[in-house]
Design a binder for this molecule. Structure first.
Ligand code: ME8
Length: 520
């Protein structure tokens, strides 16, 4: 069984998750589910980033005392876990950077790099962005604002430990050039190469003196310092896979197949992280995929800007499947997208209530009405099939192949468009073949064929939508009389036509996506 190791960022637990966080989770979940459907041995890692200034600050702001950070994060972590459970995020392991095994891994990595002379101590004069937890050089800090988030920077002048990032610049450029899949999409790779060409890399400040920050992992070689939160957090991708406490598992999983992130943290993942690994003698991950941002009124949706949409509220009003569908269908994964509830409702009513919802409802109603709730025998009699039926069969049988081309490349829009082509052909097939007329005219063989084709197309569609809308997929499968066991949702099961057996007892249709009155 080929292995597939995929990760999400570890989210800061300074406040509740918003749509942006759920976006990365849903995308990873869809790709991980798809890999499982192909029979791959999947390890899906997610978790929370719990140290650093941001968290220390949030602890105080929420009325806790300094030193009570763990108590504070212990209250927030379950909110993330609860949302992931509600959204059906099927991760295999949840890592917290406050977990002991993770802390030990960070310390062993620091120790190794220090002993090998790759970490040294010097005075640091420069700029720091607290919200981004990022250091910037004098040239980068134009006008004293963060080049990333445009907020004011803090000037720092203190003794710190540095990691010799600068020594690895040409190695990294070569690595990116010889591994074209390392940074994806392509335009993000060019962005990183452009940045690496434009200025020499500075060594990375990887410590904070305890006089300024207590809440972090202590440097093993100098207990007066804690480590920079990014050095800590990035290391989760190896500690969460078993390094160094479970090397059998780690050797099986590493290198990771995908680190999926938002474009805001590309530099940390595509520059700092591969260099940290290379310096420690560990291979870089195979691929980093950076997606775009959901924006609100032209600005990045973010906790610190306060322009966020609450995923709990959206799910409560529209359901999990619609929420997952909208995020993956509306915007090409990789690009930015403006979030609007109006667009959400429009897509819900057209794609979900009308297209897929009606198809299921009409088809099952006809199975009930014409065949007493049992799938009829299909494909009988010469000339029984109208042209649309042939088209439906061809397109539905090709879906598995289409998904294989698009989903592993995070091209959810193409995958869903292909599925909806099948749904739309099926709806058109009903209109063209007019089963009610076939019934009236006693053309039973033709009627059987049409109804069989519709149930079979729905079976294929139910499996095809599983990575994106797992509960709706199971619901359709169940209403078709095929049960709702996710283990039956395999890609193999939809590679050929004819999987639903004549005689299968279907259920009375229940609406999948009740229409939303947009005037409400
Ligand atoms: O950066 N649109 O955590 P974080 C799309 N702890 N995705 C968004 C988004 C938006 N408006 N806002 C956030 C951190 N995201 C670090 C990561 S990893 C070792 C450490 C998503 O809580 C997106 O995946 O700020 C982004 O990269 C991530 O949340 C940042 O989450």
């Amino acid at each position: 069984m080929p292995k597939f190791y995929i990760t999400t960022p570890l989210y800061y637990v300074n406040s509740k998750p918003h749509i942006g966080h759920s976006y990365t989770q849903i995308a990873c979940d869809a790709v991980a589910r798809f890999a499982k459907m192909r029979g791959e041995d999947v390890f899906f890692l997610t978790g929370t980033d719990e140290h650093g200034e941001k968290i220390e600050k949030a602890t105080i702001e929420r009325g806790f005392k300094q030193g009570e950070e763990k108590r504070f994060v212990d209250e927030i972590v379950p909110v993330f876990k609860d949302l992931w459970a509600k959204l059906g995020i099927g991760y295999d392991h949840f890592i917290r950077t406050t977990d002991d095994y993770h802390k030990r891994c960070v310390q062993s990595l620091l120790d190794k790099l220090y002993k090998e002379g790759k970490i040294y101590k010097k005075e640091y004069k420069g700029w720091f962005c607290t919200p981004c937890e990022t250091f910037w050089s004098q040239t980068q800090a134009q006008g004293g604002v963060c080049p990333e988030c445009k907020r004011p920077l803090e000037k720092l002048d203190e003794v710190n430990y540095f990691f010799k990032l600068s020594e690895y610049q040409s190695w990294l450029v070569d690595y990116i050039n010889t591994n074209p899949d390392f940074i994806r999409p392509d335009f993000r790779r060019n962005e990183v190469l452009g940045f690496l060409k434009s200025e020499p890399l500075q060594d990375l400040c990887i410590s904070r003196p305890k006089s300024r920050l207590n809440w972090g992992i202590e440097l093993p070689f100098d207990r007066d310092f804690v480590t920079y939160v990014w050095f800590d957090a990035l290391t989760n991708y190896i500690s969460g896979a078993g390094y160094p406490h479970n090397m059998d598992q780690f050797n099986k999983l590493w290198p990771a197949d995908f680190h999926v992130i938002g474009k805001d943290i590309l530099r940390h993942h595509a520059v700092y992280w591969p260099i940290m690994l290379h310096a420690a003698g560990i291979k870089p991950p195979k691929s980093i995929f950076a997606h775009g941002w959901w924006t609100m009124k032209g600005e990045k949706m973010s906790k610190s800007r306060g322009n966020v949409v609450d995923p709990f509220d959206m799910i409560a009003r529209y359901g999990i499947d619609a929420y997952r569908y909208f995020l993956l269908r509306e915007v090409q994964f990789g690009l930015d997208g403006a979030f609007s509830e109006e667009a959400f409702v429009t897509r819900y009513n057209s794609d979900l209530a009308n297209d897929i919802g009606n198809l299921l409802n009409r088809s099952l109603t006809m199975v009930e009405k014409y065949f007493g709730g049992k799938v009829p025998e299909g494909g009988q009699g010469p000339g029984a099939r109208v042209q649309k039926g042939e088209e439906l069969k061809t397109k539905a049988s090709a879906l598995a192949g289409e998904l294989e081309k698009s989903v592993p490349n995070f091209d959810f829009m193409t995958a869903l468009t292909k599925i909806w082509e099948v749904i739309n052909i099926a709806n058109k097939y009903i209109e063209d073949s007019k089963p009610w007329t076939l019934s009236k005219e006693g053309k039973t063989e033709e009627l059987k064929t049409v109804i069989y084709d519709l149930t079979e197309a729905l079976r294929i569609v139910s499996v095809a939508v599983y990575p994106f809308m797992p509960s709706a997929a199971r619901n359709i499968h169940k209403q078709l009389g095929l049960g709702d066991d996710p283990r039956t949702m395999t890609l193999k099961s939809i590679r050929s036509w004819g999987g639903i057996k004549p005689g299968t007892r279907t259920e009375k249709p229940t609406p999948l996506f009740p229409r939303i009155d947009s005037k409400k």
